[in-house]
Design a protein around this ligand. Structure first.
Ligand code: GCB
Length: 595
């Protein structure tokens, strides 16, 4: 499996696919029989009479009556479904379906702008995927939120080609996430599918790292190649900065260049001035272009710094979800999210609880919003299982290698609300923090943890703190327990690890009014926001917050009369209607004394 850089020309396989549910997981056996002949090769290529390349029909003998139309399912006769989409929102019959679904579509080879090697890339399939092209099995992927691709150069054939995808959104005890989450399990091909063609040796990925000095800015550019030819000329160009440099190769096939600028000669990226520069990497006949920002994030004492200057993170957390569409966001949906984020006067957003579409980070780059990105290691993960650990590393890797050129991404979060009394967890999470740093040591590593209430006040007793650059604290004083201003009693060590209140809030149904003592009213929720924001602003160790949450989201475990399948902690509801808490938070962020 290969991970391709994102910004490349591609042939889109979005649009109409066929889908058939396989609730009893029976079609798999038929399909295996069908694609494997005695030599282990595919028997699925079209025959001379031009039969469809893959048809479940052909696994049946014609009936005695002479009609061969006795099939119960046929991949060419499924439900028509748009890709990308969440199937439950797309097809009424699939509304709450969790299980196996077979997807298929065809394309013509001649439509691709084909070069030597071609890859089939999926932006995200929730949760497990297994893929065939023209009956040849390409491979499989686990994890619902990150991209994956397979090389298909040898499987492509002239004329019509058929992709078959078997996927399922079952919830697994050994999955990441595991079986229970406080969000809806939207099955589907939730992000785009593309064919990408590249030369024999191509640029697989690249990485830009910035170190900001008092007078200078050092930029290291690394590039990774895939293919047999390591001798071609490679270069990095930054046209706006007059840079056109060669990349020199090391023994691992990694190409690097070290660039140095006077600080006055370039504009650093920051939330106040999110300057991006065009960059082109070229290798032989291959080239990738992108827009990148140069900036450095660090911690000093309990402060978070961007380009050496302290910043207080005025944030909000959000899920990736749109009412009626599930998890398949389009550009307009992304823009709407940033409009709310900007209206709140945020400089920071927590993309919870799994990798969101890469377009979020690209837009955050443009908008100057710092991001917390995370993998869905949530609540009860089977940390002791080595396969789970491998899956964990895989999801971290796929996210980090996708977004490591986004200046907006400041924090990688490795976990959310895991049990700090679990010894196995306490062994595994530090390893994951190290793994993140081995991939990318230019960002801060964090996790959303719990605080403990003790006789000495509210304190962080999570041993993972020693392995994190920033500690996230999820707390619900004023909602699940205590009073909204209890965080006044939170530890306050100006030299301690910076703390971000990664969640706080309470539920309110939009339009439900009452007093500040009436739960589920906008007034009750607004009062929580007042108490929490005041306490956060007064604490030196708290370097920012991302209250829970921007908008109401689907959550099967929330079923009381105010919820009906939604977690109502949004400051806007699922239709975008603002609650009173939205205005409290905006007022706080526009007047925050810590700015
Ligand atoms: C949490 C979880 C989040 C939940 C939230 C809640 O701490 O991290 O996923 O949705 O609480 O609403 O209780």
């Amino acid at each position: 499996m290969q991970l391709l850089t994102y910004p490349r020309d591609s042939y889109s396989l979005d649009g109409e696919w066929q889908a058939i549910p396989d609730q009893y997981e029976m079609f798999r056996d038929y399909f295996d029989d069908f694609v494997d002949d005695e030599d282990g090769d595919s028997a699925a290529l079209p025959d001379d009479e031009g039969q469809p390349a893959l048809s479940f029909e052909s696994i049946y003998e014609p009936s005695a009556s002479g009609t061969d139309d006795i099939t119960d399912f046929n991949i060419y006769d499924g439900y028509s479904v748009a890709v990308p989409s969440s199937w439950g929102e797309e097809i009424p019959e699939f509304r709450h379906f969790e299980g196996w679904v077979w997807f298929a579509r065809t394309f013509d080879r001649e439509a691709i702008d084909e070069r030597d090697r071609t890859f089939l890339r999926f932006g995200a399939v929730n949760y497990k995927a297994e893929v065939w092209l023209n009956g040849e099995r390409l491979g499989e992927h686990e994890g619902g939120y990150t991209p994956f691709s397979f090389e298909v150069s040898d499987e492509l054939r002239d004329g019509e080609n058929v992709i078959v995808l078997r996927m399922d959104n079952e919830r697994y005890e050994d999955g990441i996430p595991n079986e229970s989450t406080d969000w809806y399990n939207f099955g589907g091909v939730n992000r785009s599918v593309d064919l990408v063609s590249v030369p024999e040796t191509y640029l697989r990925n690249f990485k830009v790292e910035t170190t900001v000095g008092d007078d200078s800015v050092d930029v290291r550019v690394d590039a990774w190649l895939d293919g047999p030819d390591a001798d071609a000329e490679a270069s990095v160009t930054l046209p706006e900065l007059g840079v056109d440099e060669s990349l020199t190769s090391d023994s691992d096939g990694r190409l690097s260049a070290e660039l140095s600028f006077d600080r006055d000669d370039l504009t650093l990226w920051s939330p106040d001035d999110p300057r991006l520069y065009e960059i082109e990497l070229a290798y032989g006949t291959d080239a990738v272009t992108d827009r990148v920002g140069f900036r450095e994030v660090e911690v000093r004492g309990s402060d978070i710094l961007v380009n050496g200057e302290e910043i207080w993170l005025r944030g909000i957390a959000l899920h990736e979800e749109v009412a009626g569409k599930g998890r398949a966001l389009d550009t307009e949906d992304v823009q709407t999210r940033f409009q709310w984020i900007n209206e709140l006067s945020c400089n920071f957003a927590r993309l919870a609880h799994y990798p969101h579409t890469e377009e979020m980070a690209r837009t955050a780059d443009e908008e100057g919003i710092l991001l917390w990105e995370e993998v869905p290691a949530y609540w009860d993960v089977n940390f002791g299982d080595e396969d789970v650990q491998e899956l964990y590393r895989q999801q971290l890797r796929e996210l980090i290698q996708r977004d490591w050129n986004r200046a907006s991404v400041a924090l990688w979060s490795i976990a959310n609300e895991t049990d700090h009394n679990d010894e196995t967890r306490n062994e595994v999470l530090p390893e994951m923090a190290e793994y993140v740093r081995s991939l990318d040591d230019t960002r801060l590593v964090t996790a959303a943890c719990f605080a403990d209430e003790t006789d000495d006040g509210i304190v962080v007793r999570d041993p993972l703190e020693d392995d994190l650059d920033v500690v996230g604290i999820n707390e619900y004083f004023g909602w699940y327990y205590g009073d909204s201003d209890d965080m006044q009693h939170f530890q306050d060590d100006p030299d301690g690890t910076p703390v971000v209140i990664s969640e706080t809030g309470g539920g309110a149904k939009w339009g439900n009014h009452g007093t500040e003592d009436d739960r589920w009213t906008e007034e009750y929720q607004a009062a929580i926001y007042r108490g929490q924001t005041e306490a956060a602003a007064a604490n030196e160790q708290v370097a920012g917050m991302s209250p829970w949450i921007l908008f109401d989201f689907r959550a099967p475990m929330r079923q009381n009369e105010y919820q009906r399948g939604y977690n109502r902690k949004g400051v806007v509801d699922q239709h975008g209607r603002k609650k009173k808490s939205f205005h409290v938070l905006r007022d706080f962020y526009t007047s925050n004394p810590r700015q």
